[in-house]
Design a protein around this ligand. Structure first.
Ligand code: GDP
Length: 468
């Protein structure tokens, strides 16, 4: 298929979501304005919302079927396999230099003072820097807060041949190209900041990725995780028993409810009903042509009560989840072997789900979403976040390009001309996004459908020796 065709098909899909966000939100506002004596108006609005929702589901279902029958599915699957194989070969090549003693190295410490998702994202960032600077990544993980014995007892070592760096010759970032060993700080204190940090993807893969994938940066991150998370035998066995014990099977929606220490500090509280509205909507979209789909969710949380609450409130749902795992995720028991098994299993099962409903403010759900990309040619649309759009902690600015001009209609909106770049801060999921026009510096709201994502690319090594 042509690039234009794929971009258009995906743009229509996401804008069906946007037009529905817009109308349902505006109609909701109108309904609130109805006085108690206007019961009939309220009823009318409800009817419009009801049929409108059905209409939207029908459209989304049709667009998905269009993808299945347009004759390019076999190509998409093959292209996804080829690209992933290529990336995995490159990472393997980078991590297994023929002459380890003389290979240039980048040292990365796993034990950043934060949660599992945050630590893994830290390692992915190191790995990207390693890839961009052609250095073998050395992962220091002894005394890991989740598992004292270190990374290699849980996942395969990041190298088969080259696991140590000569500490005596270590220099700090940025150092020089010819220095044998560099030590990388956390992304927040990286100075200077290179252009290859997320959200940039490598220039050599960009044309293929833009055609294949709805959000190439998520694919790119997912490939590093795919390499990193190759399980040790014991971990693999644990994942398989865990999955079987819970009775995890498809179709299934993965729901992640992040509570405890996150609420009120880094994220807002969301009631289970908010998540379930989107879950139900997903199933109704699958069912639009009359097929009946069993209601099943996999529910992961750091608050065990959520699982019980959901089971009580949604008896028509099969709710797969382990309250014991959720209990161990509490801050006081979080950094233990049992809790580590729990979070690895939860992220694994979330990533295996058909669709994710969660808050992207949590690194747990973003990580599941990233891994999910390794399981489909394009899983960019398989999520509903109740808060943030996708981002990578410490990323460079995220821009969208204006494709339809906009004249601000009130003090909250911004002017936009086609071609303008808008630094996007977030999507309000009501038809509008928030951002700053980089040309005028004006900040505020703009209709989400009037922009397209700007995919940032950067020249990176080609790893030609890794082709075979
Ligand atoms: P964030 O704080 O939500 O952005 O994600 P982090 O991964 O950085 O830190 C949260 C930590 O809390 C996780 O790594 C887990 O240790 C724990 N946690 C949060 N949510 C869950 C969950 O759904 N299941 C399990 N097992 N642990 C969780």
């Amino acid at each position: 298929p042509s690039l234009e065709y794929e971009l258009l098909r995906r743009r229509i899909e996401s804008n069906v979501g946007e037009i529905w966000n817009y109308f349902s939100s505006e109609l909701g506002k109108l309904r609130k304005r109805a006085t108690p004596t206007q019961a009939e108006l309220t009823q009318d609005i409800n009817q419009v919302l009801q049929l409108g929702a059905e209409h939207k589901r029908s459209l989304l279902n049709d667009i998905d079927r269009l993808r299945q029958v347009d004759g390019y599915e076999a190509w998409r699957r093959q292209e996804a396999r080829d690209l992933s194989d290529l990336m995995q070969r490159r990472l393997h090549y980078l991590q297994n230099p023929k002459d380890c003693a003389n290979a240039r190295k980048l040292v990365c410490k796993l034990n950043k003072g934060c949660g599992y998702g945050c630590q893994l994202h830290h390692v992915v960032y190191c790995f990207i820097v390693a890839y961009a600077t052609e250095r073998t990544m050395i992962l220091k993980s002894r005394g890991w807060r989740y598992h004292k014995g270190g990374w290699e007892e849980v996942f395969l070592p990041v190298s088969e041949t080259c696991l140590d760096a000569d500490a005596a010759h270590a220099s700090n970032w940025p150092g020089r190209h010819d220095m044998p060993v560099l030590v990388l700080p956390i992304i927040d204190s990286l100075m200077p900041r290179p252009p290859f940090l997320p959200l940039a993807i490598p220039e050599d893969l960009a044309p293929r990725l833009r055609r294949l994938h709805g959000d190439p940066i998520v694919w790119w991150i997912g490939q590093f995780l795919k390499y990193l998370l190759r399980p040790q035998k014991g971990t693999l066995e644990f994942l398989e028993t865990g999955r079987a014990k819970l009775g995890f099977k498809k179709p299934i929606v993965g729901v992640h409810v992040r509570r405890t220490d996150k609420v009120g500090t880094e994220a807002a509280f969301h009631r289970i009903e908010e998540y379930m509205t989107h879950v139900e909507d997903y199933f109704l979209t699958l069912e639009i042509n009359g097929t009946i789909v069993p209601r099943r969710i996999f529910l992961a949380s750091d608050d065990a009560r959520v699982i019980e609450e959901a089971r009580n409130k949604y008896p028509q749902y099969e709710i797969i989840g382990d309250p014991e795992v959720a209990r161990m995720a509490a801050v006081s028991t979080r950094y233990t072997d049992t809790a580590l098994n729990g979070i690895i299993l939860d992220i694994h099962l979330l990533s295996l789900s058909d669709y994710l409903v969660c808050t992207f403010s949590s690194q747990v759900c973003r990580m599941a979403y990233e891994i999910m990309q390794t399981l489909y040619p394009n899983a960019a649309h398989r999520f509903k976040s109740l808060d943030d759009i996708y981002y990578y902690g410490g990323q460079n600015s995220h821009n969208r390009q204006v494709v339809i001009g906009h004249a601000a209609r009130n003090q909250f909106e911004i002017h936009m001309k086609p071609g303008d770049l808008v630094g996007v801060a977030g999507n309000h999921w009501d038809g509008y996004s928030k951002g700053q026009n980089t040309r005028t510096k004006q900040a505020g709201l703009f209709p989400s459908f009037k922009v397209v994502d700007k995919v940032e690319t950067v020249k990176l090594p080609l790893y030609e020796q890794a082709q075979q």
